[in-house]
Design a protein around this ligand. Structure first.
Ligand SMILES: [Zn+2]
Length: 207
């Protein structure tokens, strides 16, 4: 891989700061962003969505149905003479054609926005569905767990914050955890950082 050759071994895990986008090239692996002060280290991790499931299909279906409505456009000229059923069909087709620009603009925004979850030294950055939360400090997080049960999203995580706030389905729709193992690794890492922030880390002989 070309990235392995270009990246020195002690390069930061993040190429850019996950909070302010400032380039971290040339900086040590364990340091702080010169722009916003966010700290990062060698154990930091980034979970980024490459291709969100479902969205491509939904956009393709709306586009396909909308384009098929173009066939009915000439019928608008004889609208008064059409049967009630045919009128409904022509109007539905027209509605789908109107949806095409909205659909394209939504799809462009959705696919261009980066969707990621980043574990930093200071806390968690959640940038999902185009919305970036401010950094959630480790001291504000109570626990994390993989979602289970009949309504659980595939490879999604629930995060419990202090003060009883619960963030559900993290990574579900955005698909930042491509496999169950990724979600498990993320949960383990969050619990580790939370324990560290509380000063209750058991001594790990391997570290
Ligand atoms: Zn920064």
């Amino acid at each position: 891989m070309s990235t392995a050759a270009a990246q020195p071994a002690d390069a930061p895990v993040f190429k850019k700061c996950v909070r302010c986008d400032y380039s971290l090239r040339g900086l040590p692996a364990n340091h702080a962003c010169p722009e916003c002060g966010l700290r990062y280290d060698e154990r930091c991790e980034m979970y980024e969505a490459v291709n969100p499931r479902g969205m491509t299909l939904i956009v393709a279906l709306i586009l396909g149905y909308g384009l098929s409505g173009i066939d009915d456009l000439p019928l608008l000229a004889d609208f008064a003479t059409l049967s009630a059923g045919k009128r409904v069909e022509v109007l539905a087709g027209l509605f789908c054609i109107l949806l095409i620009p909205i659909c394209i603009s939504y799809a462009v925004r959705f696919f261009r926005s980066r969707k990621y979850v980043a574990v930093t030294s200071d806390g968690l950055m959640l940038c999902l569905a185009g919305v970036c939360e401010d950094l959630i400090p480790w001291s504000d997080i109570a626990d994390a767990a993989i979602e289970t049960g009949p309504v659980a999203k595939a490879h999604a995580v629930t995060l419990w914050l202090e003060h009883g706030v619960r963030l559900r389905a993290i990574g579900g729709a955005s698909n930042v955890f491509p496999t169950h193992a990724h979600a498990e690794r993320f949960v383990d890492h969050v619990r580790e950082r939370v324990a560290e922030a509380r000063g209750e880390v058991p001594a790990d002989p391997d570290r």
